[in-house]
Ligand binder design. Structure first.
Ligand code: IPE
Ligand code: IPE
Ligand code: MG
Length: 250
């Protein structure tokens, strides 16, 4: 594995959890006169390189937004291609490579009737194969929506029969898709869009946000390092006065 140029990066302040909104595949392809689907294919390469970079930096949790609950609105052909890229390239071709690198692969999102059974099977296989890995946890948000996650949490809480006055923030957290996942310290969105698009609505309450113009297929580990550098220059206050604490929400 190549040595990381940690120049300017504080090894003691590496974010514990970095999440990425991988956006701009379609525009990347259109700019080159290619069909949008080629952007999705190229985006898979970017994801793999970014994951390698996260591993090099020693980021324990790396999460990527691969397909949103709203992405079903896209033309059928594009949706089908996206499912294929995720299931064929990421979960079959890359799976073993990620496994060898000690990466645990997990998924968060709804498993409703729209997700083909063969895709669910591939997700389960990848998760089972890599379950014991500890070098890094790669969480793929697939058929994920922040609002859907909160709806599902509320349903589960009501079904559990807990008394209303006993519900607090911890109760809600415990009913999210991945309760053990720490909140993201850093969220990166590519392609020059300044929005969240229904990603991790509960979890990113105090995340640092970094926006970059780079289109996702051009994203490489160096861009990740740059975002971490920007993260390290921020002063996280969690509502407190400046410079007092840097250790999370009380
Ligand atoms: C991100 O790229 C991939 C997904 C949302 C699944 P887009 O396909 O959104 O690309 P743009 O934003 O149209 O360029
Ligand atoms: C967000 O990108 C979803 C993913 C990256 C999977 P979109 O391209 O779907 O978001 P909008 O439509 O620009 O808000
Ligand atoms: Mg987009």
């Amino acid at each position: 594995m190549p040595m990381v140029d940690l120049d300017g990066l504080d090894p003691n302040r590496i974010p514990r959890h970095v999440a990425c909104v991988m956006d701009g595949n379609g525009r990347w392809a259109t700019k080159q006169g290619l069909p949008r689907t080629e952007g999705h294919r190229a985006g898979e390469e970017a994801l793999f390189d970014a994951a390698c970079g996260a591993l090099e930096l020693g980021i324990p949790y790396f999460t990527v937004y691969a397909f949103s609950t709203e992405n079903w609105r896209r033309p059928h052909e594009e949706v089908r291609f996206l499912l294929n890229v995720i299931a064929d390239q990421l979960l079959t071709r890359r799976r073993d490579e990620l496994h060898r690198m000690g990466v645990r692969i997990r998924f968060m999102g709804r498993r409703d009737w729209r997700v083909p059974r063969w895709v669910v099977r591939r997700m389960d296989e990848a998760a089972a194969l890599t379950a014991a890995n500890r070098a890094m946890t790669l969480t793929v948000a697939f058929n994920y929506g922040g609002r859907a996650e909160l709806v599902d949490a509320v349903r589960a809480i009501v079904e559990s029969g807990v008394a209303a006055r006993r519900i607090d923030e911890r109760t809600i957290r415990q009913h999210l898709y991945a309760p053990e996942l720490p909140d993201p310290d850093l969220v990166i969105r590519t392609s020059g869009e300044f929005r969240i698009s229904n990603f991790l609505l509960w979890e990113l309450a105090y995340s640092e946000l970094v926006f970059t113009d780079v289109l996702w297929p051009d994203f490489r580990r160096e861009h990740l390092f740059e975002a971490v550098r920007e993260f390290q220059a921020r002063d996280r206050r969690y509502g407190n006065t400046p410079g007092v604490r840097d250790d999370g929400i009380p």
